[in-house]
Design a protein around this ligand. Structure first.
Ligand code: TYD
Length: 241
């Protein structure tokens, strides 16, 4: 974590950035709001956001992306559009919040582009990573939580939640799509264990929330281990030495 000036003369400790990722119906939004409340109870300012979207221009692109209209551009074109939305989101929502010391929690972020456009679209990894470097810059997540759910269970949850509403562009894809997606997320988590954790999203909501909170506490709220207190006798012995 870096300290940086907030422009008003004082030094503000940069906030923490947490992202949630996972397949359809993994319960991300529920867990995002539970984590937000828990952090707020600690007196932390939290900005909850989402992708695609999270800033006015990015929200306008969200309409296009989820309608399926962007599909005609192909996976590379879609990846560029998601990244364009991300640039605006990072510059106008995420960076300013982190800089003033707020914590940011985003429902999806760059790992979704790696998995949905990169892995599913079979795009060159270097292309995706370069796009990510450009869009994300210094706003790398401190912690990414992958909510893992078997595709059958996730899709069932989504169709129940949707009621009679039509599926969006991504929900409408088949089982193979969702299995590839799950594997792509699992691979990212395995490759970057210092940033990522995988949580079993089939577990009851409270159990999932508790697992997430444990990680946030130890990884991001953990205090530096206290130095052992020196007893007076030990202090004297040290002075004599
Ligand atoms: P959303 O309605 O927010 O669904 P979910 O609850 O699954 O997050 O839709 C976002 C969809 O956009 C989701 O299917 C994943 C997809 N997506 C990408 O394909 N690439 C990306 O970079 C992002 C951020 C999302």
């Amino acid at each position: 974590m870096t300290d940086q000036s907030n422009g008003s003369g004082g030094n503000v400790r940069r906030g923490r950035f947490i992202t949630f990722e996972g397949g359809e119906g993994a319960g991300k939004s529920t867990q995002v709001s539970r984590l937000v409340s828990r952090l707020e109870e600690r007196g932390i300012e939290v900005v909850a956001t989402r992708e695609p979207g999270g800033s006015p221009r990015a929200e306008a692109l969200r309409q296009v992306l989820l309608s399926g209209a962007a599909q005609r551009f192909g996976p590379a074109g879609e990846a560029i559009l998601f990244s364009s939305a991300r640039i605006d989101h990072v510059d106008n929502t995420i960076e300013p919040a982190l800089a003033r010391g707020a914590w940011v929690i985003s429902d999806r972020f760059a790992d979704s582009t790696r998995a949905y456009q990169g892995a599913l679209g079979k795009l060159d990894r270097r292309f995706i990573m370069e796009l990510e470097r450009i869009a994300v810059g210094n706003a790398q997540p401190d912690l990414t939580i992958f909510l893992d759910i078997p595709p059958e269970a996730g899709l069932l949850r989504v169709s129940k939640r949707r009621g009679g509403e039509p599926a969006d562009r991504f929900e409408a894809e088949g089982m193979e799509f969702h299995s590839t997606l799950r594997n792509a997320f699992a691979e990212i988590a395995k490759a970057e264990p210092e940033r990522c954790i995988v949580v079993n999203a089939l577990a009851p909501e409270d159990v999932v929330a508790a697992a997430i909170w444990r990680e946030v506490e130890t990884r991001l709220l953990g205090e530096a281990p206290q130095k052992p207190r020196r007893t007076r006798r030990r202090q004297k012995a040290e002075e004599r030495a």
